[in-house]
Structure formats: C-alpha cells, structure tokens
Design a protein around this ligand. Structure first.
Ligand code: F0G
Length: 352
C-alpha cells in the first residue's frame, strides 16, 4: 500500500519501539516541504517551509506524541500527563483518546490559544488551568508524574518524544536528497531543536547526508532565555506557544547551536506578526504566531547578513493558523453587512 503509515512505521528502525507493541498513530508526519518563492526572493536563498501544521492535530507535537503514547501503553500506564502552552496538550489528548487512556493537562491560565483548548476539550482531557506560566506547569507535571506513576509524563523531557520528533529531519533529508545548509526553528522549551539536531546527526553518522545543517533558533524577544543566557522570570509574547522562560532542554539546545555552528536570536512580537501576515498573504500558509517566529528570524538573519545568500534553507512552521483564531482576527477590519440585494454586493465590493 502507498498509504503513509505514520512516523513510527515510516522510520521503525530509528524508533525506540519493540516488536509486538501496539503502535498508537493518527497518520502523523509526511507533511509538505513547500517551496517558498517570496521568502526566497527576499533572502536571496532557496527557502522551503516544512509545514508541520499539516499534522493530525495541527502541530509538530504529533510526531513525538505517537511515540510517547505508544511507549506509555506498552509500559501499562493508565494515562498520560503533560504541561503545555497548548499544542502538546491537544496532541496528548488526541493520542490518549486513540489509545483508550486518560489524559490530564496542566496549562497556564488564560494563556493558551482558543483552538488548542477546544481540542483538549473535544478529545476528553482533564484540563487543569494553573495560576502560573508554562514553567510552573512543567514543574507541577514532573512532580505529579513522579509521585503518581500511573500516568506517563509526555512532555519533551521524555526521550521517546524526541525520538519521534526527529522524524521531521529524516523526511527533509529524504526529500531533498541532502540536508539543508541552514534550518530555522522557533524555540520555546527547546525539545524540537534537540530532536532535529539528533535526527540530522543520526543521518550524518549513517552516511545518508554529507553534513548536518546549521541550526538557527529564534525566540520571542520577551521570552528569550537562550539568547540572553539566563532564564526569564516573567516571559511575555503574543506567540503563546513559546512563552517559556526556562527551557527544559536548555543544555541540548546549546549543544545543537555549538556543534552546528548555529545561532540563537530574538524576534520582536512586531516582527512575528509581520512574518505571520506575510506567510498567509504571500506564501498562502496560515500558521500560528509561534511558527512565524522562525520566518521572522529568517528575514532578520537575511537582512543582517548572518544568513549567507544562496543557502538552501528549511524553516519549520510548527503549528496551524486555526489554532489561534483570536490573533488572526486582531487586525481584521470590521465586516461589511448588507441586505439580500445584488446592488448592495456590488457597492460593498466597490465594483462600480
Ligand atoms: N511552535 C509551536 C507551535 C509550539 O507549540 C511550540 C512548543 C514550539 C514552537 C516550540 O517548540 O518547545 O520544542 O522548543 N509548544 C509546547 C507546548 C511548549 O506545550 O505545546 P519547543
């Protein structure tokens, strides 16, 4: 069959699964690697977007969640628990529902996008809103999972998540027939940059690519601990998915930057929103604000000379625009309301 089997079956020899385990999949992965002509023109590079909002629950988290929930089921866990800025909780809720397991999510009160909350509700998760930020939620989730081991912690501190998310790097190399020169990512808790770097390194070690890309990680200016070199106590950004002050995979992200000759940089909310609108209006790719951070960074690095012209660049856009409808409508003009009348349509559209 030519049906895409999900990332565990697609890359089984690279996944920590044992024969006989029941694979919990929603057909994640196999997402488009889309040429971005407008961004290519602006940067003088050949730019591709890895459109990971096209995953089953609308974000890259599904790549890791299939692995984490498959593992939890094999370990006989009754449920899963996670801290989340929204996407991890949506993904955990869906995969747990598929596996017949319970799911509990700890989210920062009032700081997760509407679509993500709707997904967790729809998939039947127990939602606990914490009067704190993501960093507080993760600490609580870790403590709860340690004290009550009936639930598996499915945050990216769980190595199975990282193994699953590395699949995106494999797909990119398989499709391009090489690694990109530069890979741009938004960075929050730093699990994804850790996963990509592990994936590229594995392919390089096996001789499937000559050399891995330089990893360029971008953080929102109000939540940029890796850029400043110190945790941020009260992170703030419109990109709620990456509103994180103390990334769990800090050391691994540093390693990825150092070993790849990469860089971390900060992008302002204004740069994020500009990139967000450019993506939807020019490339026709609707993403959530956190995803636009990688493109904002790409444009910034293209302009300040840190991105060599002529590079082959992949930018991962990590989550779908429908996740955060409130932000999409922020800049929308008031809708025109008309009676049922053809001449009113023509007037409204200024056709005469
Ligand atoms: N983009 C989106 C859309 C995200 O949801 C996240 C993280 C990131 C980028 C950053 O990835 O944390 O691996 O560096 N979201 C997590 C969550 C924290 O709970 O959904 P990272």
């Amino acid at each position: 069959s030519t049906r895409w089997p999900g990332v565990i079956e697609a890359f089984r020899d690279r996944m920590p699964v044992e024969p006989g385990w029941t694979v919990v999949t929603l057909g994640e992965g196999g997402t488009p690697l889309l040429p971005a002509p407008h961004l290519s023109q602006l940067t003088g590079c050949e730019v591709f977007l890895k459109v990971d909002g096209a995953n089953p629950t609308g974000s890259f988290k599904d790549r890791g969640m299939t692995m984490a929930v498959t593992d939890a089921l094999a370990q006989g866990k009754q449920g899963v628990i996670c801290a989340s800025t929204g996407n991890t909780s949506a993904s955990a809720a869906a995969y747990a529902a598929r596996a017949g397991m319970t799911c509990a999510v700890l989210v920062p009160q009032g700081k997760i996008a509407l679509g993500k909350l709707a997904q967790a509700v729809a998939h039947g998760a127990r939602i606990v809103q914490v009067q704190g930020n993501f960093d507080d939620c993760l600490e609580l989730a870790r403590k709860t999972a340690a004290e009550y081991p009936v639930a598996a912690l499915v945050n990216s501190v769980n190595p199975t998540r990282i193994a699953g998310q590395a699949s995106a790097a494999y797909e990119i190399c398989d499709e391009l027939g090489r690694a990109p020169d530069v890979h741009c990512l938004p960075v929050g808790n730093a699990g994804n940059i850790t996963a990509y770097w592990a994936g590229y390194r594995a392919y390089a070690a096996d001789g499937l690519i000559d050399s891995p890309p330089r990893m360029f990680g971008y953080q929102a200016a109000g939540a940029a601990p890796l850029v400043h070199g110190a945790p941020v106590k009260n992170p703030e950004t419109i990109a709620t998915a990456i509103r994180i002050g103390s990334p769990a995979s800090w050391a691994q992200a540093q390693t990825a930057r150092e070993e790849s000759d990469g860089r971390f940089a900060a992008v302002t909310d204004e740069e994020i929103l500009d990139a967000y609108l450019l993506l939807s209006s020019r490339e026709a790719v609707f993403v959530e604000p956190a995803s636009a951070a990688s493109v904002a960074g790409l444009l910034q690095s293209g302009a300040d000379g840190t991105l060599p012209r002529g590079s082959l660049v992949v930018c991962t856009v990590t989550g779908h625009g429908l996740k955060d409808p409130d932000t999409a409508l922020l800049t929308a003009p008031a809708p025109t309301v008309i009676p049922i009348d053809p001449s009113a349509v023509a007037d409204a559209l200024e056709l005469r």
